[in-house]
Design a protein around this ligand. Sequence first.
Ligand code: PLP
Ligand code: COI
Length: 359
Amino acid sequence: MKYEISITKTAAPKPHPTDESKLGFGRIFTDHMFLMDYAADKGWYNGRIVPFGPIPVHPASTVLHYGAEIFEGLKAYRTVNNEIKLFRPLENIKRLNNSAERLCLPELDEEGCLDILKTLVELEKDWVPKSEGTSLYLRPFLFGNDPHLGVHAVKEAVFAVICSPVGAYYAEGINPVKIAIESEDVRAVRGGTGYAKCGGNYAASLRAGERAERKGYTQVLWLDGVERKYIEEVGAMNVMFKIDGKIITPALTGSVLPGITRKSSIEMLRDWGYEVEERLLSVDELFAAAEDGSLEEAWGTGTAAVVSPIGHLFYNGKEYTVSNNEIGELTQKLYDNLTGIQWGKIEDKYGWCEKVCNG
Ligand code: PLP
Ligand code: COI
């Protein structure tokens, strides 16, 4: 079911970035955005693409007081054949609906949501950057917008999509990042909202992230919230370790975000003949492997982070260097194959890319 979408074009288009090597992440926005309203008695209505700008929110709005917000992150790529394609957009739409279910926010029709993303990207196609390593990042988000202070499932909501031309998420680019394992704060617990992509998870993670940054680390690696023993994920990515030839990644126990890059990486790794174990991995097991030399590579996976090598791991006063602080062979192969499919350099044999239009 497609939603009706009206289009009001901006009268004042912005200049496009001239130096694509300086895009960074999420600082520049395109000319238009998508907005749609929800009311319990009407369903979704008033789908519209309008000039990018502030969104009016009632001072008593549920999102401001009770954090009723979920979001997604996916990318549109300009392929080497100058086509504009989205990477596994239905996976993001399904995850958005799972997050909505957890937070009692209204869900979207999958086909209708895909049509919204494609319509917006086609309108903004000239904003999809051309240089290697760049893309147009789409940030769909959905928030409760009831104009009163009672705590209950929302009756009014807004769905919005904004777009940002981006380069690398980390200043390090494809160079290894330094990660600190967090032993004080926790991000999520089983039964909580860890598997949902909701703003509150990120708000709760900021204090530890800031502490780690002050000590020279890029992000924190979270441990499970109950025993504080098992590796979960990094602030903006899932993690994988190559130990003794096998790939080990934390299982999706409910407190970890089910990453789409994680899922795609596992599919590729298994296809290449690697044994991939999705299971509990304790910090003790990881550091025993680091000490006896069987920890061969470590990397993170995420839409913004792509495939990001981990060069240093810090925990409880000890720091370990992984693969000589260089990008490992398998990490590089994963990066090359994933981005190769996304940029149309390698055949998309898994059928992951969804064409939007010609560039
Ligand atoms: N974990 C967290 C906490 C994230 O924010 C992200 C980014 O979306 C990921 C993992 C990776 O998920 P994906 O590969 O779907 O982008
Ligand atoms: C993404 O990779 O899409 C994310 O949402 C990570 C982050 C910027 C929060």
